[in-house]
Ligand binder design. Structure first.
Ligand code: G4P
Length: 319
């Protein structure tokens, strides 16, 4: 999918993480439990130099509990990694976070060696909400606009437990095609950066396959698996009275309805990907990416071979 996005203050955030990581014991990555693979920052492992990682599957209240369990098991199987599920209804999330960090970095603790934890996550994953709960503040500013930086803030969870916040960060290019759709469907990407109909069609394709019963119940449809994606979108529009006159369906409105009902979980508790699916998409994406890079290098070499030394670097922001 063509996503016209500028991934926010990526460079500033990268720099902040690189500087902070030297004095960090555990990195908490907040993931969206509805799309754990797609909401994981592929740059993070590199930036955090393999520090112990706590994956927090946030918004578990709107995710499919069975799939959340699969993702937790998947992460808990990885060395130096723990995973927990969380959501905003948990009134005191600090204990679970603190306990998991102590398991990951057992030598830290006490005033001489306080636990120093960095918390990262994509925009809209619920980081401000969590931090507000942790600090006991009223939701000061949720629903951040992309592009607004926050200065690094240190939150003292216990006398010997410091949490360092980083601004929400996306990455410059999406290698896994499905991730673009899933991130857009979840609300992580500004809405001007993608086409609503395209994202809604992809979302319907996933829902039709994995959650047909939820679609049928919510939109009063039958046998959705047999309906083509485009027709399904039109059916949703018709059901909801999104019409343009002369029987034509307002597909834009229908797309907005599908996305809104997914985001708000009025459709039900849904997770768009399993660990196995994501691993396969990632392998395919990386293969396609390697081929794309090789092609680009060959093109540059070809131009140089023709004596064109003045080739400008690619300005697409691709790399
Ligand atoms: P961010 O700092 O990571 O960008 O995210 P933020 O806390 O601003 O949360 C983004 C949206 O996600 C907010 O909704 C927030 O209410 C919602 N949210 C946060 N945590 C959870 C959770 O555990 N479960 C669910 N279901 N939603 C969560 P919003 O529509 O942007 O704002 P509002 O509805 O709070 O006004």
């Amino acid at each position: 999918m063509a996503i016209q996005w500028f991934p926010g203050h990526m460079h500033l955030t990268k720099k902040a993480i690189t500087e902070r990581i030297k004095d960090t014991d555990v990195v908490i990555e907040l993931l969206d439990a509805r799309l754990p693979g797609s909401s994981a920052n592929p740059l993070l492992a590199e930036l955090t130099s393999g520090r112990p990682a706590l994956k927090v599957l946030n918004k578990q209240d709107v995710a499919d509990p069975e799939r959340t369990a699969q993702w937790l098991a998947y992460y808990n199987d990885q060395p130096g990694t723990r995973a927990i599920g969380l959501d905003a209804s948990v009134a005191t999330p600090a204990k679970a976070l603190i306990d998991a960090c102590h398991t990951l970095a057992p030598n830290r603790g006490g005033l001489a060696k306080p636990m120093r934890v960095l918390i990262c996550g994509i925009p809209n994953v619920g980081k401000s909400t969590l931090i507000n709960t942790l600090t006991g503040r009223r939701a000061a500013k949720t629903g951040d606009e992309a592009g607004i930086t926050k200065l690094e803030q240190r939150i003292t969870l216990e006398d010997d437990f410091y949490l360092y916040d980083t601004p929400g960060m996306l990455w410059p290019r999406i290698v896994v095609a499905q991730s673009g759709y899933h991130l857009a469907a979840s609300g992580a990407i500004g809405r001007n950066a993608y086409d609503d109909e395209e994202v809604a069609l992809e979302l319907l394709a996933v829902l039709k396959r994995h959650y047909p019963g939820l679609l049928e119940a919510r939109f009063k449809l039958k046998a959705v698996a047999a309906i083509a994606d485009e027709d399904l979108l039109a059916e949703v529009g018709r059901q909801r009275g999104a019409l343009l006159g002369r029987g034509r369906v307002n597909l834009q409105k229908a797309a907005e309805i599908v996305m809104h009902e997914f985001r708000s979980a009025t459709l039900g508790r849904i997770t768009l990907e399993t660990p196995e699916e994501f691993a396969q998409w990632l392998a395919e994406g990386q293969k396609a990416d390697a081929a794309r890079k090789a092609k680009k290098e060959a093109r540059v070499r070809g131009r140089k071979g023709q004596g064109d030394e003045g080739v400008l670097p690619d300005a697409s922001g691709d790399d």
